[in-house]
Design a protein around this ligand. Structure first.
Ligand SMILES: *Cc1c(COP(=O)(O)O)cnc(C)c1O
Length: 344
């Protein structure tokens, strides 16, 4: 007997990570391994016990780092799990979740799984976001939740903070700002410190990108304590394993290394940007650890795989948009040199 899934799942397209095995992997915006946990002993961890359900030590170290209260924080198994938790907690079936296009695929996938009506506003021709268009759409569709990714994946576009503040003042909906890449942007653009002023604001962050710890699955969010309390009602007990909690505390205490790392990525991003432009490739400004570019070379993705280099292609078979993660100097050189060969 075949059991059918619920209707919202039967038509769902899953998120499929690219499993090509290439020597140079520039497809998933991962970092270099620089925060290697030193001196961690499994024997020191009470792994026979359930983990701390409140993740209190971790929340305390995050709170101290960002100058907020532990009651403003929620932790999760990656920020993806927190984005899903927000949808689960606040969006009833049939209510509208809205985002820009293109953006992170999981926004739509989670919305549909939970029966929401997922809607998108197109980016401008230069892949910037027109927030006035979003305000109009939020009002006309009576959206319950707006998800804004800044810096945006895959385009690298950063929404200026002043525009986001104006947006928050203009809508009644819940607003989630996904700041997975904010550590790679100019300073002073984060919305974290606006959570006291705007009680409809949630800001998500992750250890997967700037901290180089995608493998531990750890994300966190900032919001007004009443929003955090509501999320706590829905989150499963013991949501974060002990090993992840310990490594998260360790990483928070090593912010200086994170800043050194993100500064080096910013420098390398500028280098790769200039070299792509020198090759006549159309690039877009990026505040992330990746670059969004456009070329008529439609089979670029396959040709790079043949040279053992993996990037992301967007839009299906005859796409001309690509996203490349900023690697280390050697990886970037290999990518640019391969590109030169393919284009000549
Ligand atoms: C990588 C990424 C995340 C992080 O996901 P994790 O679950 O924390 O690994 C969240 N949002 C966007 C836009 C991303 O690109």
């Amino acid at each position: 007997m075949m059991i059918a899934p619920k209707p919202s799942v039967s038509t769902l397209k899953p998120y499929v990570p690219d499993e090509h095995q290439c020597a140079i992997k520039l497809d998933a915006n991962e970092a270099k391994p620089f925060l290697f946990p030193q001196g961690l002993q499994f024997a020191d961890m009470p792994l026979h016990r359930y983990p701390d359900p409140g993740t209190d030590a971790l929340k305390k170290s995050i709170a101290a780092q960002y100058g907020v209260n532990p009651g403003n924080i929620m932790t999760g198994n990656g920020s993806s799990a927190l984005i899903e938790l927000v949808i689960k907690t606040f969006v009833a079936p049939g209510e509208v979740v809205i985002s820009f296009k293109p953006s992170f695929a999981m926004f739509g996938i989670y919305s549909r799984i939970h029966g929401a009506d997922f809607s998108e506003v197109d980016s401008e021709a230069d892949f910037s976001f027109d927030l006035d268009k979003m305000i109009t759409a939020v009002r006309s569709k009576r959206a319950k939740l707006v998800i804004l990714c800044s810096p945006n994946n895959p385009t690298g576009y950063l929404i200026p903070k002043a525009e986001l503040v104006r947006f928050l003042q203009s809508v009644d909906a819940l607003v989630l700002v996904d700041e997975a890449y904010m550590e790679f942007a100019d300073q002073g653009e984060t919305l974290i410190h606006e959570i006291g002023t705007y009680t409809n604001l949630i800001v998500t962050r992750t250890f997967s990108k700037a901290f180089g710890l995608a493998g531990i699955r750890l994300g966190y969010l900032f919001a007004n304590p009443s929003l955090v309390d509501m999320l706590g009602r829905v989150q499963e007990p013991y949501h974060l394993n002990t090993i992840t909690q310990v490594i998260g505390c360790m990483a928070m205490s090593r912010m200086a290394e994170v800043k050194t790392y993100t500064a080096s990525v910013r420098r390398l991003r500028q280098e790769v940007m200039v070299r792509l432009r020198d090759l006549g490739i159309k690039t877009y400004p990026s505040s992330g650890n990746f670059i969004w570019f456009e070329t008529e070379q439609k089979d670029l993705y396959q040709k790079l795989i043949a040279k053992d280099i993996l990037i992301r292609a967007f839009g299906g078979q005859d796409t001309c948009y690509f996203r490349v993660t900023i690697g280390d100097e050697q990886e970037n050189n290999a990518f640019i040199n391969a590109l030169k060969e393919i284009l000549s």
